[in-house]
Design a protein. Sequence first.
Length: 317
Amino acid sequence: MSDLISIIVPCYNEAEAVPYFYDAIEKQAAVMRDKYGIDFEYIFIDDGSHDDTLTVLKAYAEKDSRVKYISFSRNFGKEAAMYAGLEASRGDYTAIMDADLQDPPYMLSDMYEAVKNEGCDCAATRRVSRKGEPMLRSFFARRFYRIMSKISKADIADGARDYRLMSRKVVDAILAMEEYNRFSKGIFGWIGFKTKWLEFENTERVAGETKWSFWKLFLYSLDGITAFSTMPLAIASVIGMLFCIIAFIMIMVIIVKTLVFGDPVAGYPSLVCIIFFVAGVQTFCVGIVGQYLAKTYLETKKRPIYIIRETNGGIKI
């Protein structure tokens, strides 16, 4: 019996890009079908798009029985879309790809070879360049990966993409992590398994505009840090202890200066600056604790990760 590869494609306002993606993946599928005798299924996740993405997906589903679509009731985010795709996938191997063709389809052959014949459980990709990306965004992205490698137990390579081909046991391990606040790059690294990294040069979007603004990426990075590390809490504790020590030393200095040397206690402007500074540090530390408390609060509510509005994949709504 031939292997089945499930291709999961999260889509948010990708009506322009989907036709390009479908043509490209079909060409690659034909090559791999002739070479390896494998079958494909395409699972498109319409993440609450406001354009004609769902209409385009329905058109492809009508002419190609391998095309499945899942349409969310609203925009739940890429993390939810990937999780829904993994739940719906039936393949012996499963790949996650973006619809904008920034994940080159030609790499699927090497990825399949790695997991099929080289003893790997997963073949993942990473960008070795960020050509075409704003310099500020690239700078902070690299700092994020460096910080995550130092403060968390998740193995996240610099430039790592969600684009990867996984065996069934890797997919099952990911699905077993049912947390509401998801950070898939961290999950991929945390579950372990033997992974082969494939490198490629950054490519531009084939159509449409990116949905990831600098602010959204910043918030996403905070989700990743709080999801896979408690180091910020430790930093807040260390800062608190440090300021207690500094305050004690300053009190002793003032007492000695006043009682021994008779210097008057003065310096109203500097005192105000110190108060503002300490208050800012306290607020910052409380904010760190608040982030973890908010994540805990959302997890305890046990809300579904996504809600399906319609699908053609025989999935229970």
